[in-house]
Design a protein around this ligand. Structure first.
Ligand code: DAH
Length: 352
């Protein structure tokens, strides 16, 4: 029996020498180590071997099995290497073939404009402050001098967050970025209520209004708010800052004008127009023949708002402004329909 095992091993190793590819190797494996192989036969018959020889035969059979498996592994590695070398030799890589085109992602046009605005404001010393999108009625309206039932709320119909919050203070999706003013002021005032630090921040983010969707109004849109609070801040500071902003945003020669307006949270309030950069003030379809484009709302922070933020209005003043990046992008690129922004049509988005 031991003799036979030697022969099995020798024959198998001998046959392995002439195996040259994976297919032949598979055949060799079945023939010499598979269920019908001579080696397996030996294992099956081991019970019939005389008792005193059984140990030796079993041990030797295992050795043969291990030897064949080791030889197989070694051979497999050699073959794999040879096959790789052959395919590198035979299969030529044509580096002149055109590659597969791939589509570039890009920054959304609203985000591009938003970042540009924030960049300019940052150069002017306004630090970004991000505030929450789900707000309470208190922050979104009451602290901003819109009391319950105030008619100005009509302009900002809201999405309420179902069954959350108190009856007079329900939760809603913020309708503007202005509630961040209160949060920022309160945060700053906490450290030192008697002498709160000056603030100069920009507040970017998404806002939501329950409105009819049309080419000019969407239910979600971005805003960038600005807030400066400190001692001796005047309306001249507001005008100077925003005129400078317009020159950086729309070109060194951009002319601006301020028109009186009303917002509950500022007094006095204004809107800033910039001379139409498409027609240079001549009058065109974008500026509706007026030569001016409305860019933002602004004003001196209302004493009630300062108070709500923890700043004593007898000592501190401030100015605030709010603008819409989508609106500015629409003016700049002559985009006629605001619905393109959130319509996810890549033919639109790819142009920016
Ligand atoms: N919150 C206003 C809106 O959404 C925009 C605005 C106007 C913000 C004047 C201001 C401001 O800070 O001073 O329509």
């Amino acid at each position: 029996m031991l003799e036979k095992l030697n022969e099995i091993q020798a024959a198998a190793l001998d046959a392995l020498e002439s195996v040259k590819d994976s297919e032949a190797l598979q055949g060799w494996k079945v023939k010499h180590t598979g269920g019908n192989s001579a080696l397996t036969e030996v294992f099956k018959g081991i019970g019939k071997v005389a008792k005193e020889d059984r140990g030796k035969v079993g041990k030797r059979a295992n050795e043969v099995k291990v030897a064949l498996e080791a030889a197989l592994t070694e051979r497999a590695a050699l073959i794999k290497e040879a096959e790789l070398a052959r395919s590198l030799e035979e299969d030529h890589l044509d580096v002149t073939l055109p590659g597969r085109p791939f589509r570039h992602g890009g920054v959304h046009p609203a985000t591009q404009t938003l970042r540009r605005i924030l960049g300019i404001l940052a150069d002017m010393g306004f630090q970004v402050y991000t505030s929450r999108e789900v707000e309470s009625d208190e922050y979104n309206f009451q602290h901003l001098n819109f009391p319950l039932g105030h008619p100005a709320r009509e302009m900002q119909d809201s999405f309420y967050v179902e069954s959350e919050g108190e009856r007079d203070n329900p939760l809603l999706m913020r309708t503007h970025t202005s509630p961040g003013q209160i949060r920022a002021m309160r945060e700053a005032a906490v450290g030192n209520p008697d002498n709160p630090p000056p603030i100069r921040i920009s507040l970017p983010g998404m806002c939501y209004r329950y409105e009819q969707i049309t080419s000019r109004s969407e239910i979600q849109f971005n805003q960038v708010e600005g807030l400066a609070v400190g001692e001796n801040i005047t309306f001249s500071d507001l005008k100077g800052t925003l005129s400078d902003f317009a020159r950086r945003m729309f070109g060194a020669h951009a002319r601006t004008r301020f028109r009186a307006q009303h917002f509950p949270f500022t007094e006095p309030s204004a809107e800033m127009d910039v001379e139409c950069f498409l027609c240079g003030g001549e009058g065109c379809s974008v500026c509706k023949k007026s030569g001016w484009l409305e860019i933002l709302g602004c004003g001196m922070v209302h004493p009630n708002v300062l108070q709500a933020g923890g700043y004593d209005p007898r000592r501190y003043t401030g100015f605030a402004f709010g603008m819409g990046p989508e609106r500015q992008a629409m003016l700049r690129h002559n985009i006629k329909d605001i619905r393109y922004f959130w319509g996810n049509d890549s033919r639109f988005l790819e142009q920016f």
